[in-house]
Write a protein of this length. Structure first.
Length: 134
């Protein structure tokens, strides 16, 4: 019985040492990820987090920190995309008001509907990210 306890304790110690070592190896990449996020380079931030996940799958603490940054970067990107989509939607609706050609009016209607769907989907993404952050 004592032998099993010693083996189990040794195994736990080895696993903990490996995990800490992986987190130490991932630290340089984590610093780069944090720097990219601070520079508002959100797409590059997400790409770097993907690289971290692939290169250091056992760096648990680093991956936890990266997940928070992933959510924040995704949120910022979605909010910026919502603003662009909203502007495009308003511009399209304004063009529709003044368009007398039926064909062009219908094409603008299709664009408006597509932009509305995109806007609603992006709002859903933001709600989901905010819900996950709670």
């Amino acid at each position: 019985m004592m032998k099993k306890i010693i083996i189990l304790a040794a195994a736990i110690a080895v696993l903990a040492a490996c995990s800490a070592n992986d987190d130490e190896k991932a630290e340089k990449l984590m610093q780069q990820i944090e720097q990219l996020y601070e520079q508002k380079q959100y797409s590059a931030t997400l790409d770097s987090i993907e690289a971290l996940r692939n290169q250091f799958p056992k760096a648990v603490e680093s991956r936890k920190r990266a997940l928070v940054i992933w959510n924040d970067a995704s949120l910022q990107m979605a909010r910026a995309d919502i603003a662009k989509t909203d502007s495009a939607l308003l511009a399209t609706e304004e063009l529709m008001k003044n368009e007398t050609d039926i064909y062009k009016h219908n094409i603008l209607g299709l664009q408006r509907d597509s932009l509305k769907a995109r806007y609603e989907a992006l709002c859903g993404v933001v709600k989901m990210i905010l819900h996950r952050k709670k």
